[in-house]
Ligand binder design. Structure first.
Ligand code: BGC
Length: 414
């Protein structure tokens, strides 16, 4: 009898312990594993731990997040979704349709999210009118990262348009350095492609071709010119690019092995982590011809349905993500800018200030466009098929004519 009581008491205590252990834990799936990225996400972990909530890290390496999405699908199918996952853009709607996302309106109402987020951001975070995700930042994708020391050695000047870009690339190559640092992975190929399309055709063309998938724009002369430009860019990429991670390509620009890289401003996180100063050690230029446009890529933590006893911790994570303190420190490390208003600009560098000003200006002018390469513009099936065409173009001698035909076909993927 006594023994039985003890057993029951122990069981109850264990159950209680489990409840509290679970209640104060968040498991977060992300792919922030490079130097700058890891520093950024560590800040969120610190904040959660300061609230007494355990951080269970579910990091899946692989730039652009393809591996992470595969891991996430497996977990959701197995019925053990994490508390939150780094999912963005139209994919949030795709997950919403599966019925697995959590409603976090309670955090959004308390934190007045509607009032502190631009509409372009808040609408992505909602599924059927309810918040299911919290935005951490706005990345700009149409950047060109440049090492001014390499330019100087090569006798080249910072490029402002395509002619100057290819002139600089020629000079860097002739001087025995690598002109363009690149990693041959499909998402990196797609990143270069979208900046080239934007620079060659402008924001209206980009919207028509890459967001609305208008067949005539996908196969017309401007898209041919886009692929021709891409083919020319290929000739300045070194043989070692195949499979190279993006941060290793950035490191080549940082240490002066290469002159320039097309990449979103998570690359700035690597320059920052290496102690480099913008305007002095490196230049953040808009990709040639894209000065008046802005490809946005908004990272967000999307929340999955959790057991009742875990909801408080989940809402606490959502509130932390949207706090001005987090948005400041995370983005100082990440290279991006805060997604919300009300964060002081004081500590941000000249690249971030340019990004903030340009986002505002392009939002008014119509130059603000969603990044296709980073899952902001079209659904994942179409984006995947288009990305495959671009990767094939980058890795073969496919003609521009054949590429546009394949592109238009891929755009019809369901
Ligand atoms: C994400 C960034 C990340 C980058 C490299 C992008 O798609 O939005 O947060 O740093 O990929 O993995």
């Amino acid at each position: 009898m006594k023994l039985k009581h003890i057993a029951v008491a122990t069981m109850a205590a264990t159950a209680l312990f489990n409840i509290t252990a679970q209640a104060s834990e968040v498991e977060v799936l992300h792919y922030w594993t490079s130097g700058g990225e890891a520093k950024s996400v560590a800040e969120l972990k610190k904040m959660m731990e300061a609230k007494g909530i355990t951080w269970k890290d579910f990091a899946v390496a692989g730039g652009g997040g393809e591996n992470a999405m595969t891991a996430l699908k497996a977990r959701v199918i197995a019925g053990s979704a994490p508390t939150a996952a780094q999912i963005k853009g139209p994919s949030i709607q795709e997950w919403g349709k599966e019925g697995v996302l959590a409603n976090i309106d309670a955090a959004a109402i308390e934190g007045k999210w509607d009032a502190s987020l631009p509409k372009v951001v808040s609408s992505i975070m909602k599924y059927q009118g309810h918040y299911v995700a919290a935005p951490v930042n706005v990345h700009r994708v149409n950047w060109l990262w440049v090492n001014p020391e390499v330019l100087k050695k090569a006798g080249a000047k910072a490029p402002g348009n395509w002619a100057e870009f290819f002139d600089a690339a020629d000079k860097i190559k002739k001087a025995g350095m690598i002109a363009i640092a690149h990693g041959g992975q499909p998402w990196q190929d797609a990143t270069v492609f979208e900046s080239v399309a934007l620079g060659v055709g402008g924001a209206d063309f980009y919207k028509k071709a890459i967001v609305q998938l208008d067949p005539a724009s996908l196969t017309g002369p401007t898209m041919i010119k886009t692929f021709d430009t891409l083919a020319k860019i290929k000739t300045y990429i070194d043989k070692g690019a195949a499979g190279r991670d993006w941060n290793l390509a950035t490191a080549m620009v940082i240490n002066g092995k290469a002159g320039m890289q097309f990449m979103g401003d998570w690359a700035k996180g690597e320059f920052t982590a290496a102690g480099k100063v913008p305007g002095k050690d490196y230049l953040c230029l808009t990709a040639p011809g894209t000065e008046k446009a802005f490809t946005f890529n908004i990272d967000s933590l999307t929340m999955f349905k959790v057991k009742d006893d875990q909801q408080a911790a989940q809402l606490s994570l959502a509130s932390a993500v949207m706090s001005p303190e987090f948005q400041e420190v995370f983005n100082l490390n990440k290279g991006s800018i805060p997604a919300r208003s009300g964060v002081s600009r004081a500590k941000f560098d000249s690249c971030a200030i340019k990004s903030m000003n340009d986002m505002e200006a392009t939002s008014a002018s119509g130059g603000l466009v969603p990044s296709f390469a980073h899952g902001m513009a079209i659904d994942s099936a179409k984006a995947g098929a288009i990305q495959d065409v671009i990767a094939k173009f980058m890795n073969s001698n496919m003609t521009s004519q054949a590429a546009v035909v394949a592109l238009a076909k891929a755009a019809k993927t369901r």
